[in-house]
Design a protein around this ligand. Structure first.
Ligand code: UDP
Length: 239
């Protein structure tokens, strides 16, 4: 399907209109950013890798009954997706401590979190994406209490499915971020699910194959992303 006008230009992805008002094209660039865009690089081939990984995961989620915006691949680094009005929230699910929860609460990394924790952050660059309570979300009118409940339960359902998919690929799902939009009266899982938005460790080894390699200068980022895709594809073939 052909691209029409640019609807949204993010730091890494761009979203284009199509002749069908219900559909958009999401294009993954090769850019990678961290720390609110303070750290940036271009990694040739990254966009295509993340497009493939996201498409594979969205397809598996749909097969497990979790509706999402993915429709079809639309080129090596682009996907056709259902169009939705973005809720300006990041919904994070944590199975182990890492990243901001350690900085915020003084916790050691790699502690198991049972049951998994769901957190909401405001997508707001100026305020550096602050953590929000549901009361804050209501105060700011970013989503209704019903939408918050639905996002939290959907996020936990996504966690159950993704944990299994990654475990079969020899990977531990430490934490991840989801985004949701509204299409008609439906709450829809949107955006991407990839090593840019998940922490993935080799099973039992606390060795990152995800964007932490870029955040911490701790290894070859593309090599990690390629390994994630290869493991997911191999696990899928074994099924
Ligand atoms: N995350 C993301 N986009 C963001 C912030 C976080 O995709 O803008 C993901 C991140 O990759 C990790 C999870 O959400 O898998 C939790 O991130 P955290 O709150 O620990 O923040 P960070 O350590 O990235 O600052």
């Amino acid at each position: 399907m052909e691209k029409r006008e640019l609807l949204h230009q993010g730091k890494v992805k761009s979203v284009w209109a199509t002749p069908d008002p219900g559909l958009c094209i999401i294009e993954f660039s090769d850019a990678i950013t961290a720390g609110d865009g303070a750290k940036k690089a271009v990694l040739p081939g990254k966009g295509a890798l993340l497009n493939k990984i996201s498409a594979l995961l969205f397809t598996r989620l749909a097969e497990a009954g979790i509706a999402n915006h993915f429709v079809a691949l639309a080129g090596s680094a682009a996907m056709l997706a259902r169009r939705a009005r973005l809720l300006p929230l990041e919904v994070v699910v944590r199975n182990r401590t890492a990243g901001s929860i350690c900085r915020r609460l003084g916790l050691e990394p790699n502690l198991e979190i049972v049951p998994p924790l769901v957190e909401f952050f405001w997508k707001n660059d100026r305020l550096h994406d602050p953590l929000l309570t549901r009361e804050h979300i209501a105060l700011l009118q970013l989503a209704t209490p019903q939408q918050c409940d639905a996002m939290a339960s959907r996020a936990l359902a996504v966690n159950r499915v993704l944990k299994e998919i990654f475990a079969a690929a020899g990977l531990d799902l430490v934490d991840f971020k989801l985004e949701f939009g509204v299409a008609g009266d439906e709450l829809l899982l949107i955006d991407e699910i990839s090593p840019d938005t998940c922490r993935l460790w080799r099973a039992g080894a606390a060795e990152s194959l995800d964007k932490d390699r870029f955040r911490n200068d701790s290894g070859d980022v593309l090599e990690g992303y390629r390994e994630v895709l290869k493991r997911l594809e191999e696990a899928q073939c074994r099924n």
